[in-house]
Ligand binder design. Structure first.
Ligand code: GTP
Ligand code: MG
Length: 662
């Protein structure tokens, strides 16, 4: 029985082996100072000793031919050769080398690692004693592992240096390097992030700053009027609210001015919107110079401004500021090379007397301003309760007016116009009347400006034309073929570019010839927007209408362009006729207008003729037509034929001055 033998095929021919008891490896004994080897390939070119006939040598020779194997008869010889440096090392199993080193070479040689050449070692018994092996296996299995380990360590109890597992080491180094790299990378990333964060923070601060600026700009835009840079309506309301809070605590009064430029539209129309804009800016600048820092000046729309005067001592003091503003506003302006004049109308409302509510205060100031306009503009007016009543009436009238057309509340009255040559009725002026079931007859002088303001004038104007056509046809069917009917056309109606087309349609629908309709326009219309108006008038004229200028003489028409206008008749304003024959000036003016009209190729009509002297004067001065109460007041359409017949008869009788009976 062999205590410990390698289980090799050749031995199995005559030996039976127990289960592997010790697994051992091939090791290399070297001098103390030698390096560690763990792979046969590391021994290439080296002189390595081995026991002659030792089975691993065959394998080594075959697989690692570069190793110079030196064979020895005994282990001791081989180890001696190592000691003397003749060979690098000696190969044998770990326990064998361990035993020999411990016995003879302790402290001089060492085992420099193990190679991948394991084989198992067991207890061997002769082949013919197989039961021995079975018994031994049983014992081996029954023996606790701790006992086996002790036995093994006794056998293998040699101090040898463990092979350094370079692969693991490298792997470890690699893992550490990777970890290190990752840590560095992370750190760099972190510091990069830190830098980025710092950059981002700076950028955020910058954006924040920009946003703040933009917010301020947006707030400015939201609170200010873009054109003048003055506070706008919403800012005004805030300031007024604030001012009222303060005033109520301190027991002060506040004045609110509502300012609207007079005839500002005229500037826009004649010089262009851009000049209008520039003027608005200058007006704002000028007013600002007349106000204290604590006062607010706001532009709340179009040509409307509002001023808040805080800490008003007495009710009279706002009047001084108001007049000051009106005065400075009237000074001539130079706007884009144009010399421009403008005035303003101003209304004043006082807190707390007129109202304690911001909206009502502004409304009351507006009402007062409106009154200033009515009274001739370029003035200021204080708000009074009666103004509110007027306004209420206006609002009521406005609402009623909107229904008047559909409710058929309008009618036309006609005033005959006399041909002074033949002393017969030649045509008539149509005058609108409004009969309201509750308000009674509403004067056109009252409701026409209202209709002009709220735009109803367009519809009303067309209704007038249609009604005039109908009446004319009606009379014709009854035997009165009137030369024509004059209708009044408001300058507002001309603002609708298609006025001539709308007229044409109605004439077609009513089968009426255009020359039967005379268009009366006011002198003021002629004074405004000359080029455009000449064009509009030409269109109507080309369509076949005749054109009369109403109320002539009160405005300041330029004679030079009067010539260029497509006019037919000039109607002398009643104010020049009413004082004839007493007023010499009026006589001369009327004469001048008549001869001017004739010189320009136009005819002349005198209106407001009330007495026979005026009638005679007009005939003497060769005025062409006349109308007035002397002949007839305006009469309803259904009375018109009778009126004409009677008048013609009367005039025939009265034609001789001696026969005239006042
Ligand atoms: N240039 C300019 N014109 C404006 C602006 N906003 C409104 N308007 C015009 O200002 C005019 C204001 O009209 P109103 O005040 O009703 O009339 P007005 O001609 O001033 O006559 P009164 O106020 O009745 O004396 C209108 O013609 C508007 O078209 C603006 O921003 N710039
Ligand atoms: Mg205005």
């Amino acid at each position: 029985m062999l205590a410990l033998a390698s289980n090799r095929p050749d031995r199995r021919k005559y030996l039976a082996f127990t289960i592997p008891y010790v697994k051992t490896s091939l090791a290399l004994a070297t001098q103390q100072n030698e390096w560690f080897y763990s792979n046969f390939s590391e021994l290439a070119g080296k002189r390595i000793g081995i026991i002659k006939g030792y089975s691993p040598s065959k394998v080594i020779k075959k697989r690692f031919p570069k190793i110079q194997l030196v064979e020895f008869s005994t282990i001791n010889e081989g180890l001696q050769s190592v000691m003397q440096g003749e060979i690098l090392g000696f190969l044998d199993s770990v326990p064998t080398l361990s035993y020999h080193i411990q016995t003879d070479f302790i402290g001089e040689l060492k085992i420099s690692g193990k190679f991948d050449y394991d084989w198992s070692t067991g207890i061997a018994a002769r082949n013919d004693e197989p039961h021995l092996v079975a018994i031994l296996n049983k014992v081996i299995r029954a023996t606790p592992e701790s006992v086996h380990n002790r036995i093994r360590s006794n056998w293998l109890g040699v101090r040898y240096e463990e092979t350094v597992d370079y692969r693991s080491l490298w792997q470890l180094v690699l893992v550490f390097s990777i970890i290190l790299a990752l840590v560095i990378l992370r750190y760099r990333r972190l510091s990069k992030h830190r830098n980025e964060i710092t950059d981002k923070n700076t950028e955020l601060a910058r954006i924040n700053e920009q946003l703040e600026t933009q917010k301020e700009a947006a707030q400015h835009v939201a609170n200010h009027d873009l054109l003048t840079g003055l506070p706008n309506r919403s800012q005004l309301l805030l300031r007024l609210e604030h001012a009222i809070e303060l005033a109520s605590r301190q027991g002060n009064q506040i004045a609110v001015f509502f300012i609207d430029l007079d005839r500002f539209k005229y500037i826009n129309d004649s010089l262009g919107h851009h000049v209008g804009d520039a003027l608005l800016r200058q007006v704002g600048d000028r007013m600002r110079t007349r106000l204290r820092n604590s006062d607010t000046l706001a532009r709340i729309g179009g040509d409307e401004f509002v001023v808040i005067l805080e800490s008003v001592e007495d009710e009279a003091s706002p009047a001084r500021t108001a007049q000051d503003l009106i005065d400075i506003m009237q000074q001539p302006y130079s706007v884009m090379g144009h010399a421009v004049n403008i005035s303003a109308s101003l209304g004043i409302a006082i807190y707390p007397n007129d109202s304690q509510d911001i909206h009502t205060l502004i409304k009351h100031a507006d009402i007062a301003m409106y009154r200033a306009k009515e009274l001739g503009r370029n003035h200021f007016r204080y708000y009074t309760q009666s103004l509110s009543e007027r306004t209420d009436k206006r609002l009521k009238t406005d609402a009623a007016l909107r229904e008047a057309l559909s409710l058929n509340q309008f009618s036309l009255h006609f005033q005959p116009i006399i041909d002074l040559t033949s002393c017969t009725v030649s045509h008539a002026e149509a005058l609108i009347r409004w009969h309201h079931p509750e308000m009674g007859m509403v004067s056109p002088e009252y409701f026409i400006p209202l209709a002009e303001e709220n735009g109803l004038i367009h519809e009303i104007g067309l209704w007038v034309l249609r009604e005039a056509c109908r009446c004319h046809k009606e009379w014709k069917s009854q035997g009165l073929d009137l030369q024509k009917i004059s209708i009044n056309v408001s300058s507002i109606q001309f603002q609708k570019a298609n006025l001539a087309d709308a007229f044409k349609t109605i004439l077609e629908e009513e089968a009426m010839e255009a020359h039967r309709i005379d268009i009366e326009i006011t002198e003021r219309y002629l004074m405004d927007q000359t080029e455009r108006n000449i064009h509009y008038l030409n269109t109507l004229k080309k369509a076949g209408h005749t054109i009369t200028v109403d109320d002539f003489g009160v405005g300041y028409s330029s004679m030079s362009y009067m010539k260029r206008l497509p006019l037919d008749i000039i109607k002398i304003d009643r104010s020049f006729i009413s004082d004839i024959p007493e007023d010499r000036n009026d006589i001369q003016i009327s004469q001048a207008i008549i001869s001017l009209s004739h010189n320009l190729g136009y005819k002349a009509t005198a209106e407001g003729v009330e007495i026979v002297e005026q009638f005679n004067f007009l005939r003497e001065t060769l005025c062409d037509y006349a109308q007035g109460y002397y002949f007839s007041p305006p009469v309803p359409a259904h009375h018109f034929i009778t009126c004409v017949e009677q008048l013609n008869a009367r005039l025939t009788n009265e034609i001789a001055p001696s026969e005239i009976d006042k």
